[in-house]
Design a protein around this ligand. Structure first.
Ligand code: PLP
Ligand code: SF4
Length: 506
């Protein structure tokens, strides 16, 4: 079934204006439906609300054009070819050279030089699918939300915050065996591999994900059977664990047989009740769901096997911008919905990508419309080399305030900050203290560790002059932290990140 176009959707509303019209007066796309005809004589009640604005329905408009044909190298690529995931994998851009070869005259040399320099300083390798590349507005790449997520440029770079460390979430410290994080009581995070269908500049796991860069030599999370089996052995030995997240790296990149191995192993452990496969895939290569039948069948089989065992197997994905959702995405999500696979979404709040209230509302509504449940929006982690992508806690709180109430509560994401130093996810509003001048947010996480206090630092370039001056002065830094702890009344707790470690001069 085709979705109503925006014009049809609007027409649906218009007859209500003058009132005294009946259901029969509605546009034929509605009034011709058999069931609706049964109420054809009913007078439409007067509207209490103004006619809907076009922009309020924008989330339903999904690109169904051959949008990839704008890219010179894809000009002659047919829909069938473009919808084949193997084409997507084969033609992913992994370097500035690849970008040049694919984009040709679509992009300026000055932009590519900026990218080249950006790559030299970046903690993440580059990998962009043709799908994503084709959705970027190449007339204005600097302001494009997809370019911003996947292609670094040197010219916008800011110095890292002095309170920042490479593995800011302390995942390695919470890992009993490599690639298995057991931080919370009843849930664990399993990282089976270190590659993804794209590489996100802002990835929290830049310590492990992707190939080494000039800046970072990565921890090894190769998809090795002996490493996996150690993780399963640990999980089997911990009866409190009911919930396992299989995250990234990215299950999209695993052959279906290995996805099945992971799924069957986890399902076999009696106390594991909930399994989430996490994948960026639907946001950056939705056609895989449509064209890699074995992979999709495997996910569906595991979901069905789980259902027989009264266990939940779901897919968690990672859309950040409404521009990532096209008609191809809708088809892919329809397939999963029809086949009983629940999909939830976790976004990261990123400056220049989705830190605008209208964009975030459109994203939430658009995902809801295609049956993807918005679950979390994360405060951007304190990640190396992407300071210009972070927002202030205050921005995130304000966006949440506007989003809540715009759609169903169960489709309203919780805005969280993953507390640096291993505190885990906290509701972004739940700070014990927050100072917009110094940008210091103070959190506690009693379920993880009652004795510690966790700090998040706003990006310095967004602070008022007074705050920026104080961070410039090295003697002021520890003082600001001490003040924050004192104002929170938490001087007795131990900061999770040792101040002298993190607060070394930038
Ligand atoms: C996010 C995360 C989980 C899952 O947390 P939920 O709040 O249930 O989504 C589990 N373990 C670790 C280490 C995590 O970071
Ligand atoms: S897909 Fe996830 S794990 Fe992979 S690079 Fe992006 S954020 Fe990191």
């Amino acid at each position: 079934m085709k979705l109503p176009s925006l014009d049809e959707s609007l027409k649906f509303i218009e007859p209500q204006d003058g009132s005294q019209s009946t259901v029969a007066d509605l546009p034929s796309s509605i009034s011709d439906i058999d069931e609706i005809q049964e109420i054809a004589d009913v007078t439409i009640p007067d509207a209490l609300k103004d006619p809907v604005e076009r922009s309020d329905l924008e989330h339903r408009v999904l690109d169904d054009s051959d949008f990839w044909k704008k890219i010179p190298a894809f000009r002659h690529v047919t829909r069938e070819e473009f919808l084949d995931y193997r084409f997507q994998n084969r033609n992913s851009a992994k370097s500035t050279r690849d970008l040049k070869d694919l984009l040709r005259d679509l992009t300026a040399d000055s932009f590519l030089e900026d990218v080249e320099e950006g790559m030299r300083q970046a903690p993440m390798a580059m990998r962009i699918s043709p799908y994503v590349l084709s959705l970027i507005d190449w007339d204005d790449p600097y302001n494009d939300p997809l370019r911003t997520q996947f292609i670094p440029v040197a010219s916008t770079r800011l110095p890292d915050h002095p309170g920042l460390t490479l593995d800011s979430l302390h995942e390695q410290a919470d890992s009993p065996t490599p690639g298995l994080v057991h931080r919370y009581h009843d849930k664990a995070l399993f990282l089976p591999l270190d590659v993804c269908p794209v590489y996100c500049r802002f990835c929290t796991r830049s310590y492990a994900i992707g190939t080494d860069t000039d800046e970072v030599e990565k921890v090894d999370y190769k998809p090795a059977r002996d490493r996996w089996d150690k993780a399963f052995a640990y999980l089997a030995s911990r009866p409190e664990i009911e919930d396992v997240v299989v995250s990234g790296g990215d299950t999209y990149m695993l052959p279906h047989k290995r996805v099945r191995y992971i799924g069957e192993m986890l399902l076999a452990i009696p106390h594991i009740r909930r399994i989430r496969f996490a994948s960026k895939g639907p946001a950056v290569m939705p056609m895989k769901i449509l064209s890699d039948r074995d992979w999709t069948d495997t996910l569906v089989d595991l979901t069905e096997r789980g259902r027989e065992l009264h266990k939940e197997v779901v897919l968690h994905t990672h859309f950040n911008s409404p521009n990532e959702v096209t008609d191809i995405t809708r088809h892919a999500m329809n397939v999963l919905f029809e086949r009983g696979v629940k999909v939830r979404n976790q976004s990261v709040l990123i400056r220049g990508v989705n830190d605008d209230v209208d964009d975030m509302i459109t994203l939430v509504r658009r995902l809801s419309y295609i049956n993807v449940q918005p679950y979390y929006v994360y405060q951007h982690d304190m990640v190396m080399g992407v300071e210009e992508l972070r927002t202030r806690i205050a921005d995130t709180v304000e966006i949440e305030r506007h989003v809540r109430g715009t759609t169903a509560g169960f489709n309203t994401p919780t805005f969280v900050v993953d507390a640096p130093g291993g505190g885990g996810k906290r509701d972004v509003h739940s700070y014990d203290h927050y100072d917009e001048t110094t940008g210091i947010g103070v959190y506690r996480s009693p379920s993880v560790d009652e004795s510690r206090v966790y700090l998040y630092f706003d990006p310095i370039d967004r602070l008022p002059d007074e705050g920026r001056d104080r961070w410039d002065d090295e003697d002021e830094r520890e003082l600001m932290v001490a003040e924050a702890l004192s104002e929170a009344g938490l001087e007795d707790l131990e900061p999770a990140v040792s101040l002298s470690d993190a607060l070394t001069p930038a």
